[in-house]
Ligand binder design. Sequence first.
Ligand code: ADP
Ligand code: ZN
Length: 728
Amino acid sequence: MIATVAVFAPLRRMYDYIALSAVHRPLTVGSRVWVPLRHSFRVGIVVEVRDGNTENVSKLKPIAEILDDGSLISKEMLHLACWASAYYHHPIGEVVATILPAPLRAKTLVPSVGLESWSLTELGRQALEQLSVKGVRQKNILEILENNTYIYAEELGELDYNWQSPMRALLKRNFVVKSIVSEPIAPIRLLGSSIVLNKEQAHASKNIHETLGKFQPTVLYGVTGSGKTEVYFDVIDSVLKSGGQTLFLLPEIALTKHLVKRFRQRFGSRVATLHSGMSKKERVATWIRCKKAEVGILLGTRSAVWLELPDLQLIVVDEEHDAAYKQQDGFRYSARDIAIVRAQQLDIPVVLGSATPSFETLVNVENKNFQITHLKNRPLAMSKTKVETIDVRGLKLEGGLSETLIGHMREHLAKGQQVVLFLNRRGYSPVMICRSCGVLMTCLRCDAYLVYHKQKQSLICHHCGYRKSAFNKADCCAEEVTEPLGIGTEGIEEVVRELFPDKTVCRVDRDTARSAKVLEKILSEIGTGEIDILIGTQMVSKGLDFENVTLVGVVDADTRLYSIDFRAEERLAQLLVQVAGRAGRGNKAGEVFVQTQKPENAVLRRIIDDGYDIYSKLALPERREVGFPPYVAMALVRAESKYPERPTLFLTGVRKILQKECVNADISFPIPAYMALRAGRVRALLIVRAPVKVEIQNLLAACLDKIESLSKVVRIRWTIDVDPQETL
Ligand code: ADP
Ligand code: ZN
């Protein structure tokens, strides 16, 4: 037998190996093998098996070992991986490795994972009935167990408190037993719903229900807080009841813990999660449970799109516009797009939900590839959230805040309501200036300013991590006279604390919310009303769902408007709408104020006065005119090197190679990246555009080998980015 193997190495092709009779396991597609490659051995996955009798096999190397008894990756998933490898022009071995949890990429056995689980004993039941349990937490746990045959550690982990110590106490008193469930058939525990869908929601749900059993993308276009989640639940419920599995993708899990909680409350232990906060062991366990179809709903971030679910019947991509779906290094895939292709290959529906659909998705609706269904109202809101701009030109600002905004903050706070301030810039101030000569402090390794962090007493480069003491004197002048220029979230926090000494102020950005635990604590404190004013970066634009937040202040809307990227405006629109969507989610009226130097800017006006829908209808034709995606297909060839001349040299060569094969594509000259110097490397890129995707595919495929050889001659790091998020 001959096996075609995707070896876990950055190689663009697969290799044939021969299976000699000495190997003691059957050769199956999807199982791992240990094979010789050059002067060592590697793990790979068998992608194809064929009879070698008719071929000359003398040149083939033998398989050293077959590592698994059966297949680890199904034919469907291999098919998807091969598609992704070809589409994104990424080495097949690395793509296939991506599908496996990290520990299985090595020559290890698949662990037979049992899951720790707890159940209630008769003693425990009696104790609960006789109300003889004192501790609130202990009682709480018993109550959860009462309704379930057993419950996993993972589920308990989502309680808001440290559950281990009350559990130990319960174990000591024999109220609970712990067991390792090796093959748990999760009990179906549908808790039902107390919410009755309104007319719009029922209509949307019906539209999606009608697509079950066939490939049909549906865009669920619902304003923030319109009850999209309830629509998903309604459809997922049907899928579960018919024995199917659902894959539910979301951009981020730490910020959306409450969403996970809602899933648990509704669907109990049929829910599993997969995200970067999990340990390797936990990820393997989830992977195995999904494969065995013990999981009814897999909730996960980007990489969850690769998990095998044998009874998959529905895929949901929530907040489909979010840039987090695109992996930005290595294998640069879009989980949203992979999800759509996966649905197509399996002939199942996919739902793309958003309050601000991406332009790609809107064009797909325009072209009738996707159907669309709307939710235009918030079920709970009494009145529409009011959005206004504040012209900050010539105003004296306090920590970046205008008198007007501060006044509105006072009003809302006086009523006991909560305020969110948004600024997409962390640190105390984005740049330091030398007072004697006016020089701005820059990073020596990047084309970027050093950001002043007051608490850390440091100047930090946000791009390469370079850090120096804020007390070092500037290099430009003899005296020590630098001062902060402009404001970041840390700076605002300081000013807001002074302005509102009797209020609790909290900041969420990557400096304060370093871990998921800290973030969770902050989020729960907003929920309980312990925090009055929340200041944050784009972390606050996602997911936050608190009914008492009634005022949102956007401190500075201008930075994004003047970015040179073709998607900058679209991103600004999405961000503004999402941030504004944090206000007025309950039944109290919400207000949003946007501070800007250019209140008359046409784009800003459209977004604010007319809303995302009208904005996008006007912006799309403009996009078509300038010839950018989604109206053309695009790929970038990026190159970087420590030697300044190499990227351009290499890309000039790449351009020549491409032009020779090119039929209908437009290939730019090498362009310096927006931040041409980053972490000590000079970066440049080539933009390839064509009317349709397949032309780019064919062109790149035809040239790949030549480009690869050239890169070895020039000695340079390079990547291909298909459907890039940005051209910076
Ligand atoms: P989205 O996912 O669109 O942001 P959610 O599904 O989170 O919106 O709904 C926003 C709020 O409205 C939630 O608190 C939810 O419980 C509530 N809600 C949604 N649908 C209904 C309904 N039909 N009746 C009452 N409340 C609802
Ligand atoms: Zn730097």
